[in-house]
Write a protein that binds this ligand. Structure first.
Ligand SMILES: [Zn+2]
Length: 389
């Protein structure tokens, strides 16, 4: 009896490289978003009725902000019920969803189109118009006034703060709250959350790039400065730390710090930073990775007919390669998840890694793969069946 070999290929992406340039910029406290907009939500302290809560799931502790019946990941960022369920390990899948594959923590806006409305109480519609214009000028994201579409953002001013109700598309109505003090920069930032961007300072490799001044961070805010990895949140990062990201916190911690005149973080040279007012190159590249991802597929490069060791017949051995129609400005590391089953009945999985260098569109996987069929007695072969992204 011959064993069938199955393989699935998961593109798990970790993107490395130097996409972003670092700016040496000494911050003026007046430039700090906390100072410019003290009631804009970001690191502005717990709001009345809010408290920090810790969830334990899968052996990890996740600290969130409980705000009424809802939960925030960060002071300006609510989690959806779906995201909370995923973090608590209680997610059962989307209704009518896929038959396989892990739940996606962030839902993207289909067709790169965000439908939106402006609530009558919105304090400054021009801020929203300018922020939308900035996103549209720098990306292929489109904002369309909603007519009857089910999923949409409503920009409104229920509170004197800046926050986003969801990381990515929530499904249904989701609010981006912009108080009267919120700037165009704040609105660009909150839209960034609404399409799926985290705070840049929480990337999991940030300690390679910054020194945290934990002694100046109030205990109740320590969790807000942890990396998403430490907090048990799924995510990824690209390039190196992007100090000019619109999603970066400034070096001054405002009310999250004991001394607001002393930085809560600096770069490795002791430089401090204010948050920039526009999308950085890194922000745009991260957007592109989410909404214009490199398409990766497996193609057959060559096929060789080989004889089995026992001379029982022939089988086809393939030489395969990964190919993508896009070139990418940084090395693209692709993790290939391979399932193998052998003639002796053993079965295991492992990862194989392929790296596409900048400008490279193909990478050979080598021979020994096969599209259909079986293997010899003393070896195994791998079948490239499916590519997941
Ligand atoms: Zn934010």
């Amino acid at each position: 009896m011959r064993n069938l070999i199955t393989a699935s290929i998961a593109v798990v992406t970790l993107l490395l490289g130097t996409a972003c340039s670092k700016k040496d910029k000494i911050s003026d406290p007046a430039d700090s978003p906390v100072e410019k907009c003290s009631s804009c939500g970001e690191l502005a302290g717990l709001q009345p009725g809010e408290k920090l809560v810790t969830l334990e799931t899968n052996g990890k502790k996740i600290t969130l902000i409980q705000s009424g019946s809802r939960y925030k990941l960060d002071p300006d960022l609510y989690l959806t019920d779906r995201q909370l369920a995923i973090l608590k390990g209680e997610y059962k899948g989307d209704e009518g969803g896929r038959t396989a594959g892990p739940p996606t923590f962030i839902q993207l806006w289909p067709s790169r189109t965000v439908y939106y409305t402006l609530h009558w109480n919105l304090a400054n519609p021009q801020v929203v118009a300018d922020a939308i214009a900035h996103w549209q000028a720098n990306t292929n994201l489109q904002f369309v006034l909603r007519t009857n579409q089910p999923n949409f953002i409503e920009f409104k001013t229920d509170e004197n703060a800046c926050w986003s109700e969801s990381l990515g598309m929530k499904g249904g109505l989701q609010i981006v709250n912009l108080g009267s003090a919120c700037s165009v920069s704040n609105a660009i930032h909150e839209i960034g959350h609404a399409i799926g961007l985290y705070h840049e300072l929480t990337r999991k490799d940030r300690d390679y790039y910054v020194d945290m001044n934990w002694a100046n961070i109030r205990p109740e805010w320590v969790s807000q400065y942890q990396t998403y990895w430490e907090r048990g949140i799924p995510g990824f990062e690209i390039g190196t730390m992007d100090f000019s990201s619109i999603m970066m916190y400034g070096s001054l911690g405002g009310s999250s710090s004991f001394d607001p005149t002393v930085p809560v973080w600096t770069d490795k040279n002791g430089n401090t930073y204010a948050r920039e007012d526009e999308l950085s190159d890194g922000d745009i590249q991260t957007y592109n990775l989410l909404y214009n991802p490199p398409s990766i597929s497996i193609v057959r490069l060559n096929q060789v007919r080989v004889t089995t060791p026992e001379g029982r017949g022939y089988e086809w051995e393939d030489e395969l390669q990964i190919t993508t129609p896009f070139t990418w400005p940084w090395p693209l590391e692709i993790a290939i998840w391979v399932h193998e089953s052998h003639f002796d009945g053993s079965y295991f999985t492992h990862y194989e890694h392929v790296v596409l260098q900048p400008g490279q569109t193909t990478q050979a996987l080598g021979s020994g793969w096969q599209i259909n069929g079986s293997s010899g007695e003393d070896s195994y072969k791998r079948t490239a069946a499916t590519v997941y992204q």
